[in-house]
Design a protein around this ligand. Structure first.
Ligand code: SF4
Length: 342
């Protein structure tokens, strides 16, 4: 395990130092797999990685997953990127939403809600809720997100797997290539934990993966683009982060205008499609997250969401489902669970 201070030290280096370390990691990866490597490209971070990789090894291919959720500017850009393969998911986004559910709050929370709802209320389930021991891989669902168990729509993180990861993994497998990605540890808690556990190059996992820029910060990426005059998709004129147009992960943390409010302005057709054809209007209404022009909802901001969450949790705790969950474990066993005496 890498100590967090070691990451902070690397993150505080100047850009040229970071580029040099990244080059070393790329060489290690390239040599280990005798050049059978490929860069996953999806946006600005990965385009910077591709630029550094190709400055060392110009013939390394790139792969882009055209999920149907990417900004049109990104798709056009990737179509014109040399030596880049474009793959598509086998399952359409609408099908993923229908079968598994909507991606909300965060990957981790969506996964927890999905997994818990899959199970019949049992003592194991209560244990998982309290201690996070469902299938030995779950972290505990935070009390704050309990109310999502009562959402009138499905919630899950499966979308990332079917839409993004699987088409790219299939491509790597078919072509006997190992992947490199431009993800940063500072992007999310999950990515931070991943870096602390495996570092930049994970040679030993089920799916070997190199993240040679993991210790960079968002500002470094922007600085690199500027210094190298690197061409990137024009959508970055309006957006700091792109990702999937219709994803709700992290949206509750955004100030006005949030991503949907911005999307209405920059891509009104896609905005309307997402709300009305994909059903996100119902999801965002239920979550009390705004998607219309800021001036229509000047009163909505982060505190309102927090107040809503508290109220929704109070109500959820009165529901029959919650009572059923809590009733499955006798009080004495519950106490033992809480004390870690299970
Ligand atoms: S980032 Fe969100 S919308 Fe995109 S594939 Fe993952 S879950 Fe789906």
């Amino acid at each position: 395990m890498i100590p967090e201070y070691a990451l902070r030290q690397k993150q505080s280096l100047a850009l040229p130092g970071k580029v040099r370390i990244t080059e070393v990691r790329i060489r290690e990866w390239y040599d280990h797999y005798q050049g059978q490597i490929c860069v996953n490209v999806s946006g600005r971070d990965s385009l910077v990685l591709l630029d550094i990789v190709r400055s060392l090894y110009p013939r390394v291919p790139a792969v882009f997953s055209n999920t149907g959720l990417e900004f049109p500017e990104i798709v056009d850009f990737m179509k014109n990127l040399p030596n880049t393969f474009i793959v598509k998911p086998k399952m359409h986004f609408t099908e993923v939403l229908r079968r598994y559910g909507y991606p909300v709050i965060s990957k981790e929370v969506s996964r927890q809600i999905h997994d818990i709802r899959q199970k019949e209320p049992t003592a194991d389930l209560t244990k998982a809720l309290l201690l996070g021991q469902l299938d030995n891989k779950q972290s505990r669902l935070k009390d704050k997100w309990l109310f999502l168990l009562g959402a009138p729509f499905l919630i899950s993180d499966k979308c990332c797997y079917y839409i993004k990861k699987r088409p790219v993994h299939d491509f790597h497998k078919q072509n006997n290539l190992v992947m490199m990605t431009g993800i940063l540890a500072s992007d999310s808690k999950l990515r931070l934990m991943n870096y602390l556990q495996y570092g930049c190059n994970n040679f030993n996992g089920k799916m070997p993966c190199s993240r040679p820029m993991a210790f960079w910060l968002h500002e470094d990426v922007k600085e690199y683009v500027k210094q190298h005059n690197l061409p990137i998709p024009s959508v970055y004129d309006h957006y700091e982060h792109t990702g999937c147009m219709f994803c709700c992960f992290g949206m509750h943390l955004e100030e006005c205008p949030n991503r949907f409010q911005l999307l209405k302005k920059t891509h009104p057709k896609q905005w309307a499609y997402c709300l009305d054809k994909l059903g996100f209007r119902q999801v965002l209404d239920w979550l009390h997250l705004p998607y219309n022009d800021c001036h229509l909802f000047p009163e909505i901001h982060k505190n309102d969401f927090e107040d809503y969450v508290k109220k929704a949790n109070r109500e959820f705790k009165q529901s029959a489902y919650y009572k059923q969950l809590m009733a499955v474990t006798p009080q004495s066993k519950m106490t033992n669970l809480l004390l870690g005496l299970h």
